[in-house]
Design a binder for this molecule. Sequence first.
Ligand code: KG4
Ligand code: ZN
Length: 338
Amino acid sequence: MKVLGIESSCDETGVALYDTERGLLGHAVHTQVAMHEAYGGVVPELASRDHIRRLIPLLERVLAEAGCTRGDIDAIAYTAGPGLAGALLVGASFAEALALALNVPALPVHHLEGHLLSPLLAEDAPVFPFIALLVSGGHTQLMRVTRVGDYELLGESLDDAAGEAFDKTAKLLGLGYPGGPALAKLAETGTPGRYKLPRPMINSGDLSFSFSGLKTAVLTAARARQLTDGDRADLAAEFQEAVTEVLAAKAVAACRQHRLLALVVAGGVGANRRLRQRLDQAMAKIGGRVFYPRLELCTDNGAMIAFCGAQRLLQGKLPAPGGGAFVVRPRWPLDQIC
Ligand code: KG4
Ligand code: ZN
């Protein structure tokens, strides 16, 4: 069974074809980074318009890469939320229209579920149950994943998501958009410890996070005096240490509490090298292991959406025929999927 995946929730257009027998047959992503750069962040209206421009060429590219035609598509999965309403609507209407034309089912998919299951696309995939650390621009969550569709939220950020904290701090330090990778790059040239930043909620005894205070602490340091390039690099390094230390401590605590030795990391911040290093070390200490998606599948992509839709179909979850009607859910808690 071949499932086409469509992702358009934010600033990446992703299309992919996943075969339940042969695996990923093709995937292509267009990132809008260059377009939004001039504005210092994602402009929703521009994002939606660009998704419209990119979807058909990306579909053609993926089909060519897979050696397939439109007629080979058995189902179409698309991101129905959470995300930017207009951007989601572009992907949803494209997917629903194509499904109607091809007379195949269209499946709305939760973006975070896509991220969550993306490490299962790797050759060396984890087995259920496992703990998942979801770290994206909009979410920081720890979940217990019992099987596809069975997710228990163990803890999440009370304010900024980890990626959001990276992005906002990067902005404070005068780095461009997207801030996360830029800050991580700068951090590599700095020395942590010269500035002292807090490790928010590290001893809170629960699995909640809070990152907005860190950004304020960086702002306070930045206001104290004119920062040199060296200062900025040291602040970036300390910020990265603070975020990754808390994330690693809580992820390991979740594994311990649930007596699970497999930790899955998903979402854009999962690409952060220091985070990976810390998680690998901390999990090795308790005899556990960390599973990551392939690096290019850490950030938004269509492959995770195609894969997620395929898993749903394998479970026999066919959506009720919508007769062309569909909704997107810009806000959609993962524990409310069914
Ligand atoms: O999952 P994702 O691509 O989109 C969302 O669903 O949010 O995650 C994007 C987030 C952004 O906040 C970005 O700055 C962050 O992931 N990010 C990173 C790195 N690469 C991406 N943060 C820290 N270090 C990185 N290397
Ligand atoms: Zn995402």
